[in-house]
Design a protein around this ligand. Structure first.
Ligand SMILES: [Zn+2]
Length: 265
């Protein structure tokens, strides 16, 4: 098993995975339901971040179980989606953004696998794998998709949306997009020594940014097109990826990952 897809809001089905089966993976943090299949000879594991019926709110997502399950299945590269609001005029509703940095504004979420020691401080200067980001952007351009490379994601705690003053603050801090799920997911993926990247779909302007609120229909329409584009992008990326991990992700904690052999699928 090599590739994992974490589907965010609006992405609850894996798409084109012939012969896919659903399995429950047992982890020390709880059970995770995943869909396993192959695409062009590559093994793919899909899991919907919020559960298959979108039943888990962002602050209650079992991020550790999700990442642990993928690691346990032998996944090395994780492609994630995230629906976001934009606070940068360059990133408009309907756009795709391969983010390259994050500001963590969450509160009290379990955010590490290393609760009991050893004391581990991962390098997080590059939260999203540069190799996978580059591959995603090249693939998107070859597919004719309009995609931005680079953007700072502010992870808010939620589940409420942000106030106008919070959005103004995030913009002053250098944020471009706001969502509720990329942390601790990105940090846990790094601790698990996975290559991890996220494609954001901008669904709306953040609070105080739009002259009039977007209609729900406009958001859904943008989302529908985006979901199809992201699926195409992910599968095209997987099909052509050489699976050569010439990045540092595979040694992020120097082999101290407390993941192997402590639980079984
Ligand atoms: Zn990597």
């Amino acid at each position: 098993m090599r590739y994992g897809i974490i589907g965010g809001t609006g992405v609850y089905q894996p798409g084109d995975l012939p012969g896919a089966t659903r399995e429950r993976v047992h982890t020390p943090y709880g059970e995770v339901e995943v869909t396993l299949g192959t695409y062009e000879g590559k093994e793919v594991a899909f899991l919907p971040r919020h559960g298959s019926g979108h039943s888990v709110p962002p602050h209650r997502v079992n991020y550790r179980a999700n990442i642990w399950a993928l690691k346990q299945l032998g996944v090395e590269t994780v492609l994630a989606t995230a629906a976001v609001g934009s606070l940068n005029r360059l990133f408009r509703p309907g756009d795709l953004v391969v983010i390259d940095d994050v500001i963590d504004w969450t509160k009290g979420r379990p955010s590490t696998f290393f609760e009991q020691g050893p004391v581990v401080h991962i390098d997080f200067s590059d939260p999203y794998c540069a190799r996978v980001r580059k591959g995603l952007v090249e693939t998107a351009r070859d597919l004719g998709l309009r995609v931005h490379h680079g953007g700072v994601y502010v992870c808010a705690e939620g589940p409420r949306f942000e106030s106008k003053a919070e959005i103004a603050l995030f913009a002053r801090l250098g944020g471009d997009l706001v969502g509720m799920t990329s942390m601790p997911e990105a940090a846990l993926a790094k601790e698990a020594e996975l290559c991890y990247a996220t494609v954001c779909m901008v669904t709306n302007w953040a609070a105080g940014m739009a002259a009039k609120p977007l209609s729900h229909e406009e958001v859904l329409e943008a989302m529908r097109e985006n979901v199809a584009d992201i699926r195409r992008l992910f599968f095209a990326y997987i099909a052509r990826d050489k699976a050569v991990r010439d990045c540092a992700c595979g040694s992020a904690v120097g082999g101290q990952v407390p993941l192997v052999g402590e639980s079984e699928a």
